[in-house]
Design a protein around this ligand. Structure first.
Ligand code: F6R
Length: 607
């Protein structure tokens, strides 16, 4: 949430800042702004709305300003409405900064400043952070930051410029991410790698509670006791094209199409001699010794991948699995102990609630295993073990490729545990693993169904409300399909276990209400068909997702989307793609910004 960029070097900084903000816009698009040193002091330009508006303003009104050092921000509003005053950067006294996170004690701090006659101009908690730093500042920025952070409660990634220190950016973070690198043209710091990849594939994560002093030539890191710290360098194996639309109109469509490759990258390196092997991930088999329960904690789509994991693990490993919404998990007293494996699932690796689940698990003596996409992210570093998903950067706010590879890791884990716990004959596991290896091609095949789905989705555009139903794995898929559709098309949607509808919700089914019925599981197929009959009788417009070998009476539904034949356990991969297309094309047909749905932002670093 909120994108931050800072650059200082020997080339024009304005272009680099705007360019960085354009890449980071998916983290928030309420307003944008930059501040930079000029020979007449710090200059700030802010606008409400998109970075493109900011860019036009900078080009038309500030093109003559020369600068080699500046900071920028694209905002997802938390405290204070969406307006220019609340846009970042914020300035108070001799301090100008950008902030991602929430300063929880900002009201108390504001009251204290009021007693001194100091009033902020904006309604933001971020300006209060600037006031605190300014009040601690005499001449030394580092000692000011050290004193200030003792007063700040909450989460923050801050990039700060001080009037008397041109050419330098100072940064500190707690809770919110910051990555940085130095190149021959200068040093760059940002909320995430997509803003940096243009300059380098090597970077480091600024350690929490450490201060970075960023100059054109170097980035120096000091802990709060002033010890200099050498950061751990990381490397990404994707390049700039991964962070660009590459001919697609929207990132979401591009990312849907990237799924076969993401699946190959995630599955293939972990298969050895026909079985699952996590040794290259440094996840030892001993991690699973003595484990008698699994808890999966995650949010949103990642939690839905956890639900697929639950079905698989319970079916094949016969181990009880609880899936917890991380924001609920953290505020209850979960039944977790040293015999529970807590699996944390997150694309960004920075989701605040999910991250806190690690702490809770550790306090209860449980071991944690993270399934994370972003290398070096907080969740990856704080969990005991990590299985990375190799989706590459996911830019569309609605998660697609990250979800499918999270699912893939759930299959890998299940097949690993089935061998370790001896719950399936090894030959059966080998068969399942060999099917898993065909999944990238299977998904690739389904990508060609997009034109049919595009047509069908036109029928959903005017719906006020719609329903997704399914049983077992199909129910988990329904939840994801429903979330994806409502998130980007703004049509109210609910997911129901197909058999549960008649316990209340069926009263909402009237003429032409769309019901998307997912029926891919043979063991419950006839039961789901009966539920489809029930809604059909009440006038529903039914789109059915099923397998090509299923015997469906075509008069039962308005449209059938058929998945190629595959072992029932693997149909979620195909159904997921179809539901992603359905959401995408519905949003597209409504003329919405598919990648940047209203009120949302990628990477939820606040509670
Ligand atoms: C929905 C979506 C969100 C995320 C959720 C968790 O399309 O993307 O529901 O899945 O915010 O994010 P991560 O996986 O980054 O922890």
């Amino acid at each position: 949430m909120c994108g931050i960029i800072g650059f200082t070097g020997n080339v024009d900084a304005k272009d680099i800042l705007i360019d960085g903000l354009t890449s980071l816009e998916y983290r928030g698009y309420d307003s944008a702004g930059i501040s930079y040193f000029t020979k007449n002091g710090i200059q700030t330009v802010k606008t409400v709305g998109k970075v493109s508006i900011l860019k036009d303003k900078v080009n038309s009104e500030h093109s003559a300003d020369a600068t080699k050092c500046g900071i920028g921000h694209t905002r997802w509003a938390t405290h204070g409405g969406v307006n220019k005053t609340n846009a970042h950067p914020h300035r108070f006294g001799r301090v100008t900064l950008v902030h991602n996170g929430i300063i929880e004690n900002y009201t108390e701090l504001k009251e204290e400043f009021a007693k001194e006659g100091k009033t902020p101009v904006s309604d933001t908690d971020s300006e209060i952070a600037a006031m605190v730093i300014d009040s601690c500042y005499k001449t030394n920025p580092i000692s000011a930051i050290k004193k200030a952070v003792k007063k700040l409660v909450g989460a923050y990634a801050l990039c700060i410029m001080f009037d008397e220190h041109p050419g330098k950016i100072y940064a500190i973070r707690k809770g919110s991410p910051l990555v940085a690198t130095s190149t021959k043209n200068g040093s760059v710091i940002a909320s995430d790698m997509v803003a940096i990849i243009k300059y380098s594939k090597d970077y480091f994560v600024l350690p929490e509670h450490h201060i970075a002093t960023i100059t054109a030539k170097s980035i120096k890191i000091n802990d709060l006791d002033s010890n200099e710290v050498e950061p751990d360098m990381l490397h990404v194996n994707w390049d700039m094209t991964a962070a660009q639309k590459d001919g697609y109109e929207y990132f979401m469509l591009k990312e849907i199409h990237e799924q076969p490759q993401a699946l190959t990258n995630t599955i293939l390196p972990r298969i050895k001699d026909g079985l699952v092997d996590f040794s290259a991930d440094n996840v030892p088999d001993s991690l699973f010794d003595g484990i008698n329960a699994i808890t999966i904690a995650a949010c949103g789509t990642a939690m839905h991948a956890g639900l697929i994991g639950k079905s698989l693990l319970e079916k094949y490993v016969r181990i009880p699995v609880t899936v917890e919404i991380a924001s609920e998990f953290r505020y209850k007293d979960p039944i977790v102990d040293e015999k529970t494996l807590v699996i944390i699932v997150s694309q960004s690796g920075e989701t605040a609630d999910t991250r806190e689940a690690i702490n809770i698990a550790h306090k209860k003596g449980a071991k944690t295993l993270a399934i994370v996409n972003v290398k070096g992210s907080s969740i990856a570093r704080e969990s005991d073990y990590v299985l990375y998903t190799h989706a590459g950067p996911e830019i569309a706010v609605a998660s697609t490729k990250a979800y499918i590879v999270q699912m893939a890791v759930m299959y890998l884990l299940t097949f690993k545990l089935a061998v370790l716990k001896n719950t399936l004959p090894t030959n059966n596991v080998r068969k399942l693993v060999s099917t898993l290896l065909t999944i990238p091609d299977y998904v690739d095949n389904i990508l060609s169904s997009d034109k049919v789905i595009e047509k069908i989705s036109k029928r959903l555009v005017n719906a006020e409300s719609l329903f997704f139903i399914g049983r077992g794995l199909d129910y988990s898929l329904s939840m994801e399909g429903s979330l994806k559709l409502k998130e980007i098309s703004y049509i109210h949607s609910e997911a129901y276990a197909a058999g549960e509808l008649k316990h209340g919700t069926i009263s909402l089914i009237t003429d032409n209400v769309p019901v998307i019925a997912i029926a891919t599981q043979k063991d419950v197929f006839s039961k789901t068909l009966a539920n489809i009959e029930e809604v059909r009788t009440r006038g529903a417009f039914v789109i059915m997702v099923t397998t090509s070998d299923a015997a469906v009476n075509v008069s039962l539904c308005d449209h059938i989307l058929s998945l190629p034949e595959i072992d029932d356990a693997f149909t979620p991969f195909g159904a997921a793609v179809m539901l992603q297309f359905l959401a995408y094309y519905t949003s597209y047909a409504k003329g919405l910004n598919v990648d940047q749905p209203r009120n949302l932002a990628k990477s939820v670093t606040v509670e």
